[in-house]
Design a binder for this molecule. Structure first.
Ligand code: ATP
Length: 960
């Protein structure tokens, strides 16, 4: 016998014997059915000669069934034994069928629908129980539903009447159909359409009824009402054998549509936890067949006779189907199953021999007068026990994955149910808001672009309109950063510098990188393109004014970098770098190449570097053309588009060429000389003569006066609560995951980019207090390396960039940047301009430093060391400045980070010193995370907040 995965029979056949009815009693019929509990048989006993004859000599006929119910058993028992579990299975994706079968008047409708029984006792039928049960399951599922999960119930009712398939829910429609005639020869005239949908590869099909009205029901009452209405419409008639005989087969189908959400135990490349949302629809058919009847006995004529013929015809085919299926299941030759011989069997083909879990309730009369029909029913029921159904849960349709923010792995402590629920709720909200946000964003961007365009249009009307290219700012920043304090601050920082940029002649000493590194002689004025010594000893590119040479002796990048990093703990020379040292070194070598190019110019094909004249020791940050306009490359190599050189040498020149060719993605055409018609629309660059920055005055346009020069402003509004909460979250030493560390009741950030990725710096043995250790560093008693070494550990929480921007900082775009498109902003800021998004109101927590005090020898607040971590993702110097400001406010004087090469580069360029900590970074981090390996090989650095601020002030025009 076919079984489900859980071992239950896929087809359960039970027998129900009704009591003798009044007519049978009146006529003196006796019971011929006995339930033998020992043999589990339903035994038909021969009670008279004729019956004996019919039994061909046997005095008794027994059929074994697992479940047998006599006249004293109520439908409660049948339900509990067979139906309840079926209903539960339907919610797990299985199709189910409960089908009452038997001769007319045997109790099928009573069993399926209930009602006043023979003894006047009202009994609830299986279908009303199913309805109640279905909604009790729905309620319990809803109670423990995850966000995004739902279950929907709908139903439809069919009637197969004289081979016409009708919608029982539509009384008028049904009457109309019937008026067209009930002759089976008319087939489906006017009725519903029955089709078959192929499923699987074995040629199996499932029936589908087209056009039936499906009713969505929210409550059990809704569904019961719908059921009652449908059953009211059913064709019945009074016969000799049944006062209210069903003249049609009725199929009431309950659809269960479920959407389920599973949080998978995995994290994707994007560091989001995988969530699988799946859905299925399963069907529970509740079938009340019309009864077979011997027309002689039921005494029907005319229309009822025709009905009986059709009923019997369908049931005959049903019997044949059962026989064919049972023979097949018994291992006999696979034969043809005549499903298509009747509409009834076509409709039921999934329930018998198909994909359904089926309970067949064989209703029988106990009366000896019905002996033959009962025997017949039991015979088929017995055969049906052998039918093999192959129930498989309906295929889940996966809707989507990957919607949750990433969760810490179970190994890191896992999530509590509450937290998980919170995340799921967050997830749901995100899902709902996703489209709305996208739409709003698109609208906002469209408005912004329109406004931007309008502004640009206005700007270009101004005489001499020009704005500085982002690369020019980089040039300036780097130049200023490398020059350090030698440049008067009034001219180095902020508007003044920018004002002077290209406008006035300033005489001041600038230490070029080469000078800072203590190598090659100072920076002479150079005004003609030439090559500087390259790292390769190859020939020139055939230009008369170039030649090859070696990199200046002693002028190593390493030297320069060292000078940038300060004396202690050079990131460029990570001595003592342990596990991560090698990778770090490789990273730095890449950086070296990068920075080398920036300082000595882009490498030519042969490894040479293009600079001015033949003076190998020369260093010329800026070259301009004779007219003081856009610089021109004179050796012809770079065309006539212009050249701006400083540390970046030819790289900038190349950029200028691209610019001229209209290839640059930044401010295409806005700077290129070719596009500028007016002589007055020129941007000049400072140039260096004998270690002096020379900026020639011109009559032309003053970007500041014309209010067209962008300023790099760090104008931040910081959400203190968010930051404090984050700081608190990452300041616990003994942690399992960040979520668990957030203050009780802290709502989780709404950002879908939120990540909680954890790393802990394993800093050797000992259990000293990190706080105290850091204080010793602050008071100069010890170095960071030795302080962190014995400390308990450094917890570093990294958050997605979005979270940093939306949770920690709230930016106001500097007004002057509003002219710029996103790409330009990125270039200027090193970070996408953060957006303002909804941020959770997190509980305010006290400053850790103030709470803990510790060894604050000097007793000054600014000597109290607290620490924070900095996201490694594209942290711009602007963000870093804002963070540093905040850290100062909070008496935080030291920051840790895992610098990315790009980040390191940018910070170094900005003059921010970072020092490597020689320690092993132990990751508490999902290994599946895309940057796991990166972190594994990373080095932790630290920086002192004051130093950072001081350095950044030099390159940022800060509005405090
Ligand atoms: N188990 C039972 N206990 C009490 N009364 C019953 C039982 N089964 C059937 N009856 C009564 O017997 C009568 C006939 O039952 P029912 O209408 O359910 O038969 P049926 O098999 O549906 O007949 P038909 O095929 O003609 O529609 C009804 O009055 C019903 O109340």
């Amino acid at each position: 016998m076919a079984e489900t995965e859980s071992g239950e029979n896929a087809i359960q056949v039970c027998v129900r014997v009704r009591p003798l009815n009044n007519r049978e009693r009146d006529e003196g019929h006796r019971t011929c059915v006995v339930l033998d509990e020992e043999t589990k048989q339903v035994v038909l006993t021969a009670v008279d000669k004729n019956t004996l004859l019919q039994l061909r000599g046997s005095s008794a006929k027994g059929y074994a069934f697992d479940r047998r119910y006599d006249q004293n058993d109520i439908s409660d028992m049948i339900y509990d034994d067979c139906i309840a579990q079926l209903v539960e299975k339907v919610f797990k994706g299985y199709n189910g069928t409960v089908m009452a079968y038997g001769q007319t008047g045997s109790g099928k409708t009573h069993t399926m629908s209930g009602g006043a029984g023979i003894h006047g006792k009202v009994e609830e039928g299986i279908t009303p129980r199913v309805i109640r049960h279905v909604f009790s399951v729905v309620d319990s599922l809803n109670k423990r539903a995850k966000v995004g999960e739902k279950v929907e119930i709908s139903a439809y009712a069919l009637e197969l009447y004289n081979e016409d398939l009708l919608d029982l829910s539509s009384k008028s429609g049904r009457a109309e159909e019937l008026s067209k005639g009930w002759d089976a020869s008319k087939g489906a005239a006017g009725g519903l359409k029955l089709t078959e949908r192929p499923v699987g590869k074995d040629g199996r099909v499932v029936p589908e009824v087209i056009g039936v009205k499906e009713m969505k029901c929210e409550t059990a009452d809704d569904l019961k009402k719908f059921y009652d209405e449908c059953m009211e419409n059913r064709s019945t008639t009074s016969t000799k054998l049944n006062d209210r005989s069903s003249r049609s087969h009725a199929i009431f189908t309950v659809n269960v549509h479920r959407t389920m959400v599973d949080v998978l135990n995995e994290v994707g490349d994007d560091m989001k936890a995988r969530v699988r949302t799946s859905e299925f629809t399963s069907k529970l058919h509740l079938v009340d067949l019309a009864g077979s009847e011997r027309v002689k006995r039921s005494g029907v004529v005319g229309k009822e006779l025709k009905e009986a013929a059709n009923i019997n015809g369908g049931l005959l085919v049903l019997g044949n189907v059962i026989v064919a299926l049972s023979s097949e299941a018994d291992g006999k030759k696979k034969g043809h199953v005549p499903y298509r011989d009747s509409k009834l069997t076509r409709l039921l083909q999934d329930s018998l021999g198909g994909n359904s879990l089926t309970v067949l309730i064989s209703c029988i009369s106990p009366s000896e007068s019905d002996f033959e029909e009962t025997n017949n029913t039991l015979k088929y029921a017995n055969r049906a026990c052998h039918i093999k159904n192959t129930p498989l849960p309906n295929k889940f349709t996966m809707l989507e994955e990957d919607l949750l923010p990433s969760l810490p792995m179970a190994g890191a402590g896992g999530l509590g149910m509450m937290q998980l629920q919170a995340l799921l709720e967050d997830h749901e909200r995100l899902k709902e808001n996703h489209e709305k946000k996208a739409r709003e964003k698109a609208e906002k961007e469209a408005l912004r672009l329109a406004a931007l365009q309008a502004m640009k249009d206005e700007e270009v009307k101004k005489p001499g309109f020009q704005r500085l290219r982002s690369s020019q700012y980089d040039v300036l920043r780097r130049q200023l950063a490398s020059g350090g304090t030698n440049i008067p601050s009034s001219q180095v920082i902020g508007d003044d510098t920018l004002k002077g940029f290209g406008r006035m002649r300033m005489s001041q000493t600038v230490d070029s990188p080469g000078v800072a590194a203590g190598t090659a002689s100072a920076t002479p004025p150079v005004r003609r393109s030439r090559r500087v010594p390259g790292r390769k000893q190859a020939g020139g590119r055939g230009t008369s004014s170039t030649k090859s040479a070696s990199k200046p002796a002693g002028s190593t990048f390493q030297d320069w970098l060292q000078s940038q990093m300060g004396e202690e703990g050079s990131a460029s020379a990570p001595n003592g770098s342990q596990a991560s040292g090698e990778t770090y070194q490789e990273g730095m070598e890449e950086e070296e190449d990068d920075l080398y190019e920036q300082h000595y110019g882009a490498e030519g094909e042969d490894g040479d570097f293009i600079v001015e004249d033949d003076d190998e020791s020369a260093y010329n940050p800026i070259v301009e053309d004779e007219d003081g306009g856009l610089p021109i490359v004179e050796d012809g190599e770079l065309g006539e588009a212009g050249l701006i050189e400083d540390e970046e040498g030819a790289a900038v020149a190349t950029h200028a060429v691209e610019e001229a060719a209209g290839k640059s993605k930044f401010r295409r055409g806005a700077v290129a000389r070719a596009t500028i018609e007016s002589d007055s629309v020129l941007v000049e660059s400072p140039r260096v003569e004998e270690n002096e920055v020379v900026v020639e005055e011109e009559e032309a346009y003053d970007p500041i006066e014309d209010n067209a020069t962008p300023k790099l402003l760090a104008r931040f509004r910081v959400n203190q609560n968010d930051v404090l909460a984050v700081f608190k979250a990452i300041s616990k030493e003994d942690f399992q995951d960040v979520v668990g560390l957030l203050p009780q009741g802290t709502p989780l950030p709404a950002s879908d980019k939120m990540t909680y990725l954890l790393a802990r710096l394993e800093s050797g043995s000992g259990n000293a207090d990190l706080q105290a250790s850091l204080q010793r560093v602050a008071s100069g008693q010890t170095s960071m390396n030795s302080a962190v070494g014995p400390a308990v550990g450094c917890l570093m929480a990294t958050f997605g960039t979005n979270m940093i921007s939306s949770c920690i900082f709230e930016f106001e775009d500097p007004e002057d940047l509003v002219y710029y498109g996103v790409e330009e902003r990125i270039e200027l800021w090193g970070l996408q301009i953060p957006h303002n998004s909804a941020r959770p109101q997190l509980e305010e927590v006290a400053s850790k430093g103030e709470d803990q005090g510790g060894e604050d020898k000097a007793g000054k607040a600014d000597n109290i060391i607290t620490w924070t971590s900095v996201d490694r993702l594209n942290m711009s110097i602007g963000l870093l400045y804002a963070l540093s400001n905040l850290a100062t406010d909070q008496n935080i004087s030291c920051g840790f980070c895992v610098p990315r090469p790009q980040l390191l580069k940018r910070w170094l360029q900005a003059g921010v010193k970072m020092k490597q900590i020689t320690s092993t970074l132990k990751l508490i981090y999902p290994p599946s995370a895309h940057d796991y390996e990166y972190y594994k090989a990373s080095t932790v650095a630290y920086f002192m907040i004051d130093e950072v601020k001081e350095a950044l002030r030099k390159v940022l025009s800060v509005v405090e």
